[in-house]
Design a protein around this ligand. Sequence first.
Ligand code: ADP
Ligand code: MG
Length: 348
Amino acid sequence: MSEITLGILGGGQLGSMLSIAAKKLNIKTTIYCDDQDAPAQKFCDEFICAKYNDKDEINNFANKVNIITYEFENIPFKTLNELSKLKTVSPKPSVNRLIQHRLAEKDFVNKLNIRTTRYVHVQNKEELSTLDDFFPGILKTTTMGYDGKGQYLIKDVNQIENFNIDFSKEYILEKLVKLKKEISVIITRFDNNRYEIYEPIENIHEDQILRYSQIPADISQKLFNQSKDWAIIIAEELKYVGTLCVEFFVDRNDNLYVNEIAPRVHNSGHLTINAYNISQFENHIRAVCSLEQVSLKKLSNAKMTNLIGNQIIYYRENPILNDNQFFFDYLKKEIKEKRKMGHITTLK
Ligand code: ADP
Ligand code: MG
């Protein structure tokens, strides 16, 4: 019987699924989250609700656990750094700091000779109005964005006035890629050249929010290999420990671009729960807790559908599923527009 208690910062659905995976491995979980309605409290062994900058509560949390990880990236660097003086934090705080800043993240990827979209740092309106070459483009806050939040799609330079852009924040402007499709690769790294990698997943977004993920991705063998190779290079270069997701764009000429890196388990990997012998969540726990590495085996093709906002209601009221369907309700207290409420995975 293991005596490990894993501390998890963040209490959303990813925290719930990590707690479920931990339980299977006899690992206890303590979740720390600033939201008193955090859904993961229903799945963990202990729940601490406090602000991420509450020094006393953070200390208290560190004292209760053996190892610390996190399920979302927007945690203050100072908090992760303080925690890492007390207990091992995986992935390392420095990795999170790099990835949570879109500019630093893209600079890092480019230095590895891996293609990203064209991008430029924007600090004020005057700068933005001189950047003709980058339109049509997407203006994104450098930090704290998710599910398309903090983003402006701007067709041309004359349109800037139509948007009420808050320039107290910093941005990057990215040239719009003519997308053929989006894919992601999830990799769990244990140690130097020791990793388990899932096959590329095809992702379909609606309103910049992930709606469907499926395997196999409908891509060429070349892209299949290249996306996996790039994910391995990124994970190795970061000396990453745990599960990481690389999101990619494929353009109409079949060029591959890294869009962004998520230093955590990822929505597109929910289908790994049912389609593989070991899910991305279990692999994350195995890696950060230094448990045995088990070879991945794909069991089935699969399609995952996110249930966003009101879409959950139908499935809550009609829980009639086929043998090959798996419904997950995140048990969030309130239904909100654009909020991920649950998902369904269908094995094929
Ligand atoms: P988030 O952190 O919100 O996930 P992303 O940078 O991944 O932000 O953007 C969300 C989605 O918006 C992407 O998955 C893609 O569909 C679209 N998008 C973002 N940047 C670009 C771009 N440069 N070209 C084309 N589509 C983009
Ligand atoms: Mg994204």
